[in-house]
Ligand binder design. Structure first.
Ligand code: KG4
Ligand code: ZN
Length: 340
């Protein structure tokens, strides 16, 4: 007899996006996001404002996700939510909502690790591509994280490398701020870089042991370069904006790709799975595509809608946890520093 399908409502509120999705098993029926524009004028996320905006957004976003999926809440079989890592106030809004709904509907509650979700988004049903096979090297590149993970099974993940300071997305955003771009600067750097020369300014690559990375030195080198040039030409940034973007982008991408290369060679695993907001970057996509041709890596890049924070990725983890009966507890607190 065919097994009955499960309908899962997933809630994501770890940072500044309030998101809800409905999945039928591993298939996404709806994936809705309310972005918070309020942070732009502050040049970064203001946690207090993020929590308040989540409170205003969460019910309309959930209602929209249910409406698009054409599902009544009584048909749901489980509620999945982000337990961490993230901003504590933001996580509390999503988790409290998820717990209340699971209690009132009397259906299972499933806690999800946001970083696992960034990697497991590749298991969402996709008619164009089969999911990666275990084991693989997972690489999370976002505004808050930069990690290399050995992934042996859905929930058997071991961190093998991390950033010693800033995350790669943070480096994009901080360097962008220095040249007058709005937060988050990553997408704009990407766009301007396409019109610039990536070899115009040579920035030094950090020397970091093992599979760890560091991005703070490159940020300092970039600031020093700007200060030095501006002292001779006050219009330096304006006159060299595209070249500056192309050069910093090339260097940031090189730092992470070198470490992926090192991990690939030492673990002898050639399946590379990328997750997180910076996976949208065209330079990293180009370099990794190149590697898949020249070095026979099997590279998995998320679809654009699953690069930045979204609830569909929380839902796919929820689906696999439900299958393995790994359920959450009502008294489980959120964890801002939840690890793998
Ligand atoms: O995964 P994400 O949405 O949120 C976090 O969990 O951090 O990642 C956001 C980060 C930001 O730092 C943003 O600048 C960066 O992803 N980002 C990009 C691009 N699109 C988003 N960085 C470089 N190039 C892009 N195209
Ligand atoms: Zn994220």
């Amino acid at each position: 007899m065919k097994k009955k399908s499960s309908y899962i409502l997933a809630i994501e509120s770890s940072c500044d996006d309030t998101a809800a999705a409905v999945l039928k098993d591993n298939e996404v029926l709806s994936n809705c996001i309310a972005n918070q524009q309020i942070h732009q004028e502050y040049g970064g996320i203001v946690p207090e404002l993020a929590s308040r905006a989540h409170q205003a957004n969460i019910i309309p976003v959930v209602q929209k996700a249910l409406a698009i999926a054409n599902i009544d809440k009584k048909e749901l079989n489980a509620i999945a939510y982000t337990r961490g890592p993230g901003l504590i106030g933001s996580l509390l809004v999503g988790s409290s909502f998820a717990k209340s709904l699971s209690m009132s509907l009397d259906i299972p509650l499933i806690d999800v690790n946001h970083m696992q979700a960034h990697l497991l988004c590749h298991f969402i049903k996709n008619d164009e591509k089969k999911p990666p096979k275990f084991p693989f090297i997972g690489v999370t590149i976002s505004g808050g994280h930069t990690q290399l993970i050995l992934v042996e099974d859905y929930f058997k993940m071991t961190e093998i490398g991390t950033t010693l300071d800033d995350a790669i997305g943070e480096a994009f955003d901080k360097c962008g701020k220095k040249i007058g771009l709005n937060y988050p600067a990553g997408p704009e750097i990407d766009e301007l870089a396409s019109k610039g020369n990536p070899d115009a300014f040579i920035l030094p690559l950090p020397k970091v042991k093992n599979f760890d990375v560091s991005f703070s030195g490159i940020k300092t080198a970039f600031i020093n370069l700007l200060n030095n040039k501006i002292s001779k030409d006050s219009d330096f940034i304006k006159n060299n904006l595209n070249d500056l973007c192309a050069s910093i982008q090339k260097t940031l991408v090189k730092i992470i790709v070198q470490k992926i290369e090192k991990a690939q060679k030492s673990l002898k695993i050639n399946i590379i799975v990328i997750g997180g907001g910076v996976a949208a970057n065209s330079e990293i996509r180009r370099v990794l595509k190149d590697k898949s041709e020249t070095e026979k890596w099997e590279v998995f890049l998320p679809k654009f809608q699953y690069t930045t924070d979204n609830a569909a990725m929380i839902g796919i983890v929820g689906y696999h946890r439900l299958k393995e009966n790994k359920l959450g507890e009502m008294n489980q607190p959120v964890n801002a520093r939840l690890s793998f």
